[in-house]
Design a binder for this molecule. Sequence first.
Ligand SMILES: Cc1cc2nc3c(=O)[nH]c(=O)nc-3n(C[C@H](O)[C@H](O)[C@H](O)COP(=O)(O)OP(=O)(O)OC[C@H]3O[C@@H](n4cnc5c(N)ncnc54)[C@H](O)[C@@H]3O)c2cc1C
Length: 195
Amino acid sequence: LLVLEAGATGFSKGKPLKKIGMKAQDTCELFFDNVRVPKANLLGEEGSGFKALMQELAWERLMLAITAIAGAETALQHTIEYTKSREVFGQPVAAYQNTRFKLAEMRGELAIGRVFVDRCIDLVLSGELGIEDAAAAKFWCTELQGRVVDQCLQFFGGNGYMLEYPIARAYIDCRAQRIYGGTNEMMRELIARTL
Ligand SMILES: Cc1cc2nc3c(=O)[nH]c(=O)nc-3n(C[C@H](O)[C@H](O)[C@H](O)COP(=O)(O)OP(=O)(O)OC[C@H]3O[C@@H](n4cnc5c(N)ncnc54)[C@H](O)[C@@H]3O)c2cc1C
């Protein structure tokens, strides 16, 4: 692992990529062209960089699962408040049985997801979080987040499609969760290899 100073000869950053969401993140490509790095910039032992990065992957994936559960819980809270205040055909959207059952279902699924994520946090703290559990947390929680945020947006009706409502931004932003940090297909592949 090498520490590279911004501005080093041969190192350049592309323009921020035009993403559909996560606009606050200046995601760019990084280019390395015959860059020379002083020996003093070596982090850890020479040749151990890949291993060092691999060691952090389980924690990185768990962080995505944590943000998935937290993000979905926030979306659900916004939706509960909105459906209680928005009246359609003489009663709040939250009073319809379809709404009540779907809100209840999301509340239940999020509680179940949170328990697994909390268990994985315990495993991280004791240094025992394995590849399989981290991968399972990543794919399951980010897919739950996708389902929950999509359903929540539906309860906002047309307003849910408008960027002035946080639920619209949550919908666009959370799409990347199933792609980065290793795609959810790769998470399944990693688990399958251990079976
Ligand atoms: C918003 C955002 C931020 C990002 N930030 C970073 C960052 O900070 N650092 C960084 O390094 N990267 C970053 N990435 C890149 C991200 O990690 C990759 O896009 C991701 O790992 C998928 O790789 P890929 O795009 O090359 O897709 P590909 O590997 O081309 O995959 C295409 C499709 O094929 C499927 N696939 C591939 N291999 C298999 C297989 N063996 N079995 C079954 N299906 C397979 C994939 O699941 C996917 O559906 C970011 C991406 C996004 C969208």
